[in-house]
Design a protein around this ligand. Structure first.
Ligand SMILES: [Zn+2]
Length: 320
């Protein structure tokens, strides 16, 4: 077995524990002033960003810019792509992929349902790829949603995942005889929403954590769609059990990270969770908890991303 295999048991236990938490009917998710805009405007803004390329191993490359981070394994026989950028970025992404080799794109994996990860599913299906995702990603894409000021219509059938799973899935890639490579996919229950998965390229030891991990930023937690601070912490704890100091860890957004960076992120989440928990236990309401500024010492570092400090405290409070 290649080293660096994810700790399935740990992840499974987390999923089981969290599976017992009752789903909470809730208010609409907190509107995040920094990111509230129409879907068209968000697509245009993200799509205008240049694609940057980071080589992670001989065969695995990360692209970043117009949406969530994309990871590509480009072997002699086929390609596997994790996440897809936003619609407008498809031509330039496809050009990059074609420039790597003429091997076909066998699989595209969605780490969660949101448009900055799934927007080009239809184009990739037209290019011949199977789309693999958690079953909830297919369900969420099939529904209409209002989120952060953006309206989502149900996606057309042609943009839906073609293969779904509930807990684990191995995606096998063609390799020369005697070489073993597969991509280990696993569900991260009740994390940033209810559609999150990780994707671990086992031989290359590259782990994509989707939006359960925003490197150097507070994460977005969608309470109305099954997200929770406890689930994100459980996802990260599970990941930390399966990585080693050489594992390349790809966040949903932000630069590629290592185990030390993931531990720092975990520590921040646990610290904020504990502080907000204390306020809630002391009988403070959500507004009072936010006004108490429990993250003041962390905000300069962590509150400069998609989610600002007050919104993050609200999200944590709601999901405790
Ligand atoms: Zn994202």
């Amino acid at each position: 077995m290649p080293s660096g295999d994810m700790s399935r048991r740990a992840l499974l236990q987390n999923a089981a524990v969290l599976g017992g938490v009752a789903s909470r009917p809730g208010r609409l998710v907190a509107r995040v002033p920094g990111v509230a805009k129409t879907l068209a405007a968000a697509r245009a803004e993200m799509g205008a960003k240049a694609i940057e390329e980071v080589k992670l191993t001989n065969l695995i490359t990360m692209f970043s810019g117009p949406g969530g981070n994309v990871v590509v394994r480009h072997g002699d026989f086929d390609k596997v792509v994790v996440d897809t950028f936003v619609q407008g970025a498809f031509p330039s992404l496809k050009q990059r992929l074609d420039a790597m080799s003429n091997a076909p794109i066998l699989y595209v994996i969605n780490t969660n349902w949101l448009f900055d990860h799934t927007d080009n599913n239809e184009s990739f299906r037209k290019a011949g790829a199977e789309i693999v995702a958690h079953e909830n990603t297919k369900r969420r894409l099939s529904e209409s949603h209002d989120l952060l000021g953006m309206h989502f219509d149900p996606a057309p059938e042609a943009a839906l995942p073609t293969q779904t799973f509930t807990q684990f899935r191995d995606v096998k890639v063609e390799v020369p005889p005697g070489v073993e490579e597969y991509i280990d996919l696993g569900y991260l229950a009740r994390a940033h929403n209810d559609t999150d998965i990780y994707a671990h390229f086992v031989m290359g030891d590259v782990l994509h954590l989707g939006d359960t991990f925003l490197n150097g930023m507070y994460p977005f937690i969608d309470a109305d769609m099954g997200g929770s601070i406890g689930g994100i912490i459980a996802a990260i704890e599970g990941a930390l059990k399966g990585v080693n100091p050489r594992t390349k860890i790809v966040p949903g957004h932000g630069p590629v990270a290592d185990r030390t960076a993931l531990m720092r992120y975990r520590d921040v989440l646990v610290t904020v969770r504990d502080r907000v928990q204390k306020l809630k236990m002391a009988g403070r309401g959500e507004r009072e908890a936010v006004a108490a500024k429990p993250t003041a010492d962390l905000d300069a570092m962590w509150g400069q991303g998609f989610v600002q400090s007050d919104e993050f405290v609200s999200m944590v409070y709601k999901t405790l």
